[in-house]
Write a protein that binds this ligand. Structure first.
Ligand SMILES: NC(=O)c1ccc[n+]([C@@H]2O[C@H](COP(=O)([O-])OP(=O)(O)OC[C@H]3O[C@@H](n4cnc5c(N)ncnc54)[C@H](O)[C@@H]3O)[C@@H](O)[C@H]2O)c1
Ligand SMILES: O=P(O)(O)OC[C@@H](O)[C@@H](O)[C@H](O)[C@H](O)CO
Length: 437
């Protein structure tokens, strides 16, 4: 069988994007979207991928001329749908740990305009030991600072910097750390002013389940593709910052679900965390105690489906502030995503650290519901009771101290544990204790 590089003739386009990270998520989300921009608009750009850590997949990408296939699979209006896209947008890769000068050289090409990244939740970190003279410094923000400094010294324009890491205020956090390195390394006030005025950092929220190479599955590809990537059909990207830049990345004009907002990312983030993640976290202990194994099994079961719908539609959505129809459409879509026959999502993987997830993803809905309606949300409090019962079993997966406390404490003591919930929840005792056994 031929390799994909022998089948796909890659066009030559100006290099306009620097991308930190070669992982499945970026390739199945950002690069897939940029490919569509090239195919359907006059964007005309290619991507240079920088491997942010020593070991990665750039060699494997280079072995097939950086082209790969992305397959999206899911349900659309209840029917299975599969879409396939060849992605030829990556011109080449750069590995700073092997050739640091080649990495710094990127700063000198005036065509580069965009920087995207996804270096995992661990990537946007401040490492005090990092120095400008390291080749390379270890953290992503330190590598970026070194690149920006080269750019500044070359008297070139700054960048639009759009991180995709799943942390709150990713753009702002990245910028703060870059500025901290600029000060630590004494790179001068002029450079700091240039970072602030010539570069634009955006906060983002990304939402797509990307499942990577479909190991153990048969594909009908007529060529070899070791970098084949898979995901669900759904995608959402909310980008927060100066919206006048959206004309440079007109994703929304070609039907992609990309929303630019000046300062309302928190609404979309809240919607996702409360509805999608909140539904997961309300479901998991309750369903695992009943012997269920995957999210799909739960949505396919009529009783659990009804429980989940009651949590979402009766008790979570009424506490949120986006237009009701928008919230309902999003929720229906989430349930369709949960039912995706191509994705095996283990409840046990979602169960990791359920106490802290409950605090962020479910408790705010409970508290807001009580505040708005002056009554108790029975289904979400059932979920709270199930969480307490769940930690009495060996299925709980959390740090040793949380497991020990939750296993041995009674409901009263658990509700009083302000370090877990941010406040004393004793007032929920009568209701939660109905469901904790
Ligand atoms: N896969 C998904 O469904 C999905 C959806 C939304 C967000 N995400 C987030 O995207 C991240 C990457 O997911 P993926 O599926 O691409 O994983 P992956 O394993 O395919 O890729 C991981 C990427 O992160 C880089 N990386 C790893 N550790 C790093 C570090 N300490 N510093 C800098 N770079 C580092 C690697 O070089 C690689 O490019 C995850 O943290 C996940 O939370 C994933
Ligand atoms: O990834 P976690 O462990 O933080 O949360 C588990 C799931 O709720 C989560 O992975 C969702 O599936 C994801 O956030 C969808 O974009």
């Amino acid at each position: 069988m031929k390799n994909i590089s022998e089948v796909v003739l890659k066009p030559i386009r100006p290099e306009r994007v620097i991308q930190f990270g070669e992982g499945g998520f970026l390739r199945g989300f950002v690069d897939w979207m940029l490919q569509k921009l090239n195919d359907q608009t006059d964007f005309n750009g290619s991507v240079v991928v920088v491997q942010p850590i020593e070991q990665g997949m750039c060699d494997a990408l280079e072995e097939q001329n950086c082209v790969y296939t992305h397959i999206m699979r899911g349900l659309e209006n209840g029917k299975p749908k599969v879409e396939k896209q060849i992605v030829d947008i990556i011109s080449r890769t750069v590995k700073p740990y092997e050739d640091y000068n080649k990495y710094l050289e990127l700063a000198k090409n005036p065509d580069f305009r965009f920087i995207f990244s996804n270096t995992t939740e661990a990537g946007i970190a401040y490492v005090p030991e990092d120095k400008l003279t390291d080749t390379p410094p270890s953290s992503y923000p330190a590598k970026l600072t070194a690149l920006l400094y080269e750019r500044f010294k070359a008297h070139l324009d700054g960048f639009l910097i759009i991180p995709c890491e799943l942390i709150d205020k990713n753009g702002e956090t990245l910028k703060e750390i870059v500025l901290k390195y600029a000060r630590d390394w004494e790179l001068g006030e002029e450079f700091i002013t240039w970072i602030n005025t010539e570069n634009h950092f955006f906060n983002t929220l990304v939402d797509r389940i990307v499942t990577g190479y479909p190991r153990g599955e048969k594909t009908d590809l007529e060529y070899e593709d070791a970098m084949l990537d898979t995901s669900e059909l759904f995608h959402l990207w909310v980008i927060e910052g100066d919206t006048s830049f959206q004309s440079e990345l007109p994703f929304h004009e070609i039907g992609l679900n990309v929303i630019w907002t000046k300062d309302e990312l928190f609404k979309y983030r809240t919607r996702k965390v409360r509805i999608l993640n909140g539904a997961h976290t309300s479901l998991v202990p309750y369903a695992m105690l009943k012997g269920f194994d995957t999210v799909k099994e739960c949505v396919d079961n009529s009783a659990l489906n009804a429980y989940l719908r009651a949590c979402i539609f009766d008790e979570i959505i009424p506490t949120l502030d986006l237009p009701e129809q928008e919230l309902k459409d999003y929720a229906e879509n989430v349930l369709e995503r949960f039912a995706n026959p191509f994705i095996v999502h283990k409840l046990s993987s979602i169960a990791l650290n359920s106490v802290s997830k409950f605090k962020v993803r479910v408790l705010p809905s409970i508290l807001e519901y009580i505040k708005r309606f002056d009554k108790m949300p029975a289904h979400l409090l059932t979920a709270f009771g199930a969480l307490i019962r769940f930690y009495k079993t060996d299925m709980a997966n959390d740090s040793a101290d949380v497991v020990e406390f939750m296993k041995n404490a009674d409901t009263q003591a658990i509700l009083k544990k302000t370090d877990y919930w941010g406040e004393d929840l004793s007032f929920l005792y009568d209701e939660v204790s109905k469901y904790d056994h």
